[in-house]
Design a protein around this ligand. Structure first.
Ligand SMILES: [Cu+2]
Length: 229
């Protein structure tokens, strides 16, 4: 089973956001702009922006502070893939229009702390299969669930993971209380420059033992994170 992980990540992508950096659709040039939320709030200086490379969509990601690179995601269960509801990581506040071209690509800076905040609306679990159980543990950073520090999530409660193998980072996402949401915050500092796939390892999709549909498509349960040096 472990061998198959390598195969699974071949198409995957990644995380993180960049404080103030947006990568062009070409993936090369870097531009700076203000995030929608900050613009709305009138917080001008040091504006931060979502970085989405390889697409034309900018997520409403913002920085919480001068140095922290904040990524705000929602984990939705109402998005439809081929007409079928599938779980999906999307920037907070995304609309159908803004999700066009969303590939789950973020950009962050090397050596600066990242705060990945996930509002999870999924109250169903998808326990990790044998060979993937190591992803019930928080790796490469610290995690809180509803503000409480956790080092792992019992497998029976796992709904998703947010895993960047190339950065040795893993967040375990527990199912939300029925009909409610829970908020998971993962803090980590990228230690390597490059572009790394991220993905979920919980079998939360349809087909292929839970590894099809959402699990097999960028902008759903996988993406990429670029760490700029
Ligand atoms: Cu998942």
């Amino acid at each position: 089973m472990r061998l198959s992980i390598g195969a699974l990540i071949l198409t995957a992508i990644a995380v993180a956001v960049a404080a103030a950096l947006a990568v062009s659709p070409g993936g090369g040039a870097v531009t700076q702009t203000r995030s929608q939320s900050q613009a709305a709030a009138g917080t001008g200086a040091g504006g931060r922006v979502a970085a989405v490379a390889g697409s034309t969509q900018m997520g409403p990601v913002q920085s919480a502070g001068t140095h922290v690179q904040r990524i705000d995601l929602e984990l939705r269960t109402t998005e439809k893939y081929n007409g079928e509801e599938q779980p999906r990581y999307v920037p907070v506040g995304s609309t159908a229009a803004s999700l066009k071209g969303w590939t789950g690509h973020f950009t962050v800076k090397l050596g600066q702390p990242v705060e990945l905040r996930i509002v999870n609306t999924d109250d169903g679990s998808a326990p990790l299969a044998p060979g993937y159980r190591q992803f019930d543990a928080v790796q490469g950073g610290t995690e809180t669930v509803e503000g409480k520090p956790v080092s792992y999530v019992p497998n029976s409660q796992i709904a998703h993971t947010f895993t960047v193998l190339g950065l040795n980072v893993n967040a375990a996402i527990p199912a939300a209380p029925e009909g409610a949401t829970n908020t998971i915050v993962l803090r980590f500092t990228p230690t390597k420059a490059g572009t790394f796939p991220w993905q979920c390892f919980a079998p939360c999709g349809t087909w292929g033992n839970g590894f099809g549909a959402a699990m097999d498509n960028p902008g759903w349960m996988q993406g990429k994170v670029t760490v700029l040096s």
